[in-house]
Design a protein around this ligand. Structure first.
Ligand code: HEM
Length: 409
């Protein structure tokens, strides 16, 4: 077997076998970028090099709408679930995508994000008042829920219910083969969440605030989006902001605590932000994102046929030696390198600044109060999620240890 066929087998196994991902969060990506930037694997085209990811992520022939690939519809009859999911910002192309994204980009301003990180800081401080902390399943849920709720305008007393709806709907996004009972349950959840969003909308009409809900109410009045698009928008922000951030916090803390002597040096917010960026580059929380080829696409002498699934392997491009030197090493001195961890092109993450500032806040406060913290493995080694898209520990229990406590013990 030639080396490319062998690599194809290894990548295929890694992308299809959740057990392989549970045991190895990174997988054979260093070999992938060393040997090829574009590889056809089981009919999908894996784009992994810095050069090709950068070029193709801006290519309009690659659509975010998976339905355009001509695949079988998920359900035999049209369902509200698919209708609303199909209106979400991250699965819209071109003009519609720009129209929707433009409605809220002003909310993600530096001033608003600074206010939100103050709120994140309060939550982090109270979470640090314990002996140990689960970064993924506890803080990693409470922190993004608090910030997204403040951004959108969901009052504190409603957040537990909104979290239940968001978790139930996130679990439905790409699922095939549900039973009739499961689909009906998901449709009921969607209807309840939509009713709630409409009630909030009515409140904001009477009492405008500096939040996303108010912006969307104004946009609706000017016919800049439909009511279903509005509901889909709110769901997009919650669904995209929750699991991504909990995965990232777990991933980043695991990486930082794995670098001997690093945490105590990160008390300053700016250093903490540099460490966050380097950690998400080295071990990216969102491994890859999918596109559909709308027409044949010629790349470096190969043809991606129309209708193919194309995977932008962000985690691999981040570790391409043509992107940065010694890419498999954690380094604090890479300067303003940027990374593919938040995607690239028109769909680049809307919440990236918010996520980076939140992560930096957690790291710098942990470094200041508990610089000798360690990953707590008393109940077993860290287990990784088997998810394809998310790369994250299932849980990450951190033992909060102040300076000098290890020596005393
Ligand atoms: C560290 C945490 C996060 C990571 C690693 C991350 C990663 C990503 C990536 C890779 C994409 C591009 C997907 C694609 O090209 O198909 C994306 C898009 C997106 N992200 Fe994030 N994200 C994070 C946090 C957040 C947060 C906190 C929010 C909400 C406040 C958010 C909202 C979004 C939205 C709405 C999109 C779609 C943008 C569009 O299609 O125009 N993300 N994110």
């Amino acid at each position: 077997m030639d080396s490319l066929s062998q690599l194809r087998n290894e990548i295929s196994r890694y992308l299809t076998d959740s057990e392989a991902r549970r045991h190895d969060p990174v997988g054979p990506i260093d070999e992938l970028v060393r040997d090829t930037g574009l590889l056809e694997v089981n009919g999908a085209w894996v784009v992994s090099s810095h050069r090709l990811v950068s070029a193709l992520s801006a290519d309009r022939r690659l659509s975010v709408d998976a339905r355009l690939g001509g695949s079988e519809p998920r359900f035999a009859q049209p369902r509200t679930l698919d209708h609303v999911f199909g209106l979400m910002l991250n699965v819209r192309d071109g003009v519609d995508h720009r129209r929707l994204r433009g409605l809220v980009s002003g909310v993600f301003t530096a001033r608003r994000i600074a206010e939100l990180t103050e709120s994140a800081a309060t939550l982090v401080e109270s979470a640090l008042d314990h002996e140990s902390l689960d970064i993924v399943a506890d803080l990693g849920v409470r922190l993004p829920m608090r910030m997204n709720s403040e951004l959108v305008g969901v009052p504190a007393e409603d957040r537990a219910q909104v979290l239940r709806w968001v978790k139930a709907l996130a679990g439905q996004l790409d699922r095939f083969g549900q039973t009739e009972t499961e689909v009906s349950q998901a449709e009921r959840t969607l209807a309840e969440f939509a009713d709630y969003i409409h009630a909030l909308l009515a409140k904001r009409r009477l009492d405008p605030r500096d939040d996303i809900m108010t912006r969307l109410v104004q946009a609706l009045a000017q016919h800049m989006l439909s009511t279903d698009e509005l509901v889909a928008f709110v769901i997009t922000l919650f669904v995209n902001g929750l699991d991504t951030l909990s995965a990232a916090l777990g991933n980043v803390l695991w990486t930082i605590l794995g670098q001997p002597g690093l945490l105590p040096k990160l008390t300053n917010r700016e250093d903490a932000r540099v460490a966050f960026d380097e950690a998400v580059r080295l071990c990216s929380p969102i491994r890859l994102s999918a596109r559909t080829a709308l027409s044949d696409v010629e790349v470096d002498g190969q043809t991606i046929p129309a209708g193919s699934v194309v995977l932008f392997y962000w985690a691999a491009a981040n570790r391409d030696p043509e992107f940065t030197d010694a890419p498999a090493e954690f380094r604090m001195d890479r300067g303003a390198l940027g990374s593919y961890a938040f995607g690239q092109g028109p769909h680049q993450c809307l919440g990236a600044q918010l996520a980076r500032l939140t992560g930096a806040e957690l790291i710098s406060r942990l470094a200041t109060r508990f610089p000798e913290s360690t990953v707590d493995t008393t109940t077993g080694e860290v287990r990784w999620q088997g998810e394809l898209v998310f790369c994250s520990p299932e849980q990450l229990q951190v033992k909060l240890v102040p300076r000098g406590a290890m020596a005393v013990a």
